[in-house]
Design a binder for this molecule. Structure first.
Ligand code: FAD
Length: 289
């Protein structure tokens, strides 16, 4: 039995550890020559610097020569989801999404954004998409270059989107803003705190989907991102289950809310009852001292 890992970028994550627990040889198949720690071998697929990782999907599928019983793991990120789909199609294997844990022949997958868990059994090859990523730190095997299969996609134009790229799934610290923020410009407060703690900024759904103040891939919850950072700040967020389903596996949760009855406090390790406009500047000032 072999375990394969698909990676289009590195970051904080434990996929290699999970692969080791499954047993057998662990092979990373990377788009670009990525340093992946904790695996036995790496097969790197070369790609033009300007090409998006997704165009390498046929090459990734060709490189993964999985046999019945093998498991293919992919981080839950846009590019890797596309690559995993191509691999599953080639292998005729099922894709398991929202995987929380995995053993040989069975997996626990979360339903409705983590509100409940289901046990799934499988035989044959399976492709599993998990939260997390692959670590560049530690012992890294030298990559073997895979002869890239010609891809048919060509880049006809590149338009730079006026948005910042966020990688919430890999972030160790996240500052999430909710409707307690009165104006879009006030989100600078959340950015200041995120910068002070070395984290990313996220939000509740209304800020992305209703108000359009933040990107869609920045909201957390049952219909957004499910994340598990070491530290999660929920600021001006009431704590409805649709939101908290996306963060309950975080290490430490801190809530800031001016309503002492907010349900967010029930799911938090630490709570500050206060006006975010007063509390955040004080925390940032203390951190920057
Ligand atoms: C099918 C479905 C799926 C959904 N999926 C998601 C999802 O994935 N993610 C998600 O987030 N939501 C989701 N929702 C929406 C969810 O139910 C809530 O409506 C939403 O999470 C509320 O966002 P909020 O907490 O930012 O806003 P609110 O509920 O309006 O809460 C704002 C909070 O800010 C506090 N506040 C106000 N002023 C201040 C201040 N000055 N200082 C400090 N605190 C202040 C208030 O006391 C309040 O608790 C979904 C809903 C449905 C029906």
């Amino acid at each position: 039995m072999k375990t394969w890992i698909i990676a289009a970028e590195t970051g904080v994550g434990t996929l290699a550890d999970q692969a080791r627990e499954l047993g057998g040889t662990v092979t990373a198949v990377t788009v670009g020559n990525l340093p992946i720690a904790g695996v036995d071998e790496t097969i790197a697929i070369e790609l033009e610097a300007t090409a998006p990782a997704e165009v390498a999907a046929p090459s990734v599928a060709a490189a993964i020569d999985a046999e019945p019983g093998d498991v293919v793991l992919a981080p839950n990120r846009p590019a890797e989801r596309v690559l995993a789909g191509a691999v599953a199609a080639k292998l005729g294997a099922p894709v398991l999404t929202s995987v929380k844990s995995l053993q040989a022949g069975s997996a626990q997958v979360s339903k409705a954004g983590g509100i409940s868990l289901d046990n799934v059994t499988f035989d044959g090859t399976v492709v599993a998409i998990l939260d997390g990523g692959v670590q560049p730190a530690g012992e890294v095997p030298e990559a073997v270059t895979f002869g890239a299969k010609d891809y048919t996609a060509t880049i006809s134009a590149i338009e730079q989107a006026e948005v910042e790229s966020v990688n919430l799934g890999s972030a160790e610290r996240v500052v999430a803003a909710g409707r307690g923020f009165k104006e879009q410009d006030d989100l600078q407060l959340a950015s200041d705190l995120a910068e002070a703690i070395g984290g990313e900024v996220a939000c509740s759904r209304p800020l992305s989907e209703g108000l359009g103040w933040m990107q869609r891939d920045q909201y957390v919850g049952v219909s957004g991102q499910v994340i598990a950072p070491e530290l999660y700040f929920a600021i001006g967020i009431s704590g409805q289950v649709h939101h908290t389903a996306g963060i309950l596996e975080s290490g430490t949760i801190v809530a800031i809310n001016n309503d002492e009855t907010a349900t967010m406090f029930e799911d938090s390790d630490y709570g500050i009852v206060g006006d975010l406009y007063e509390v955040i500047p004080q925390i940032v000032a203390a951190l920057n001292e």
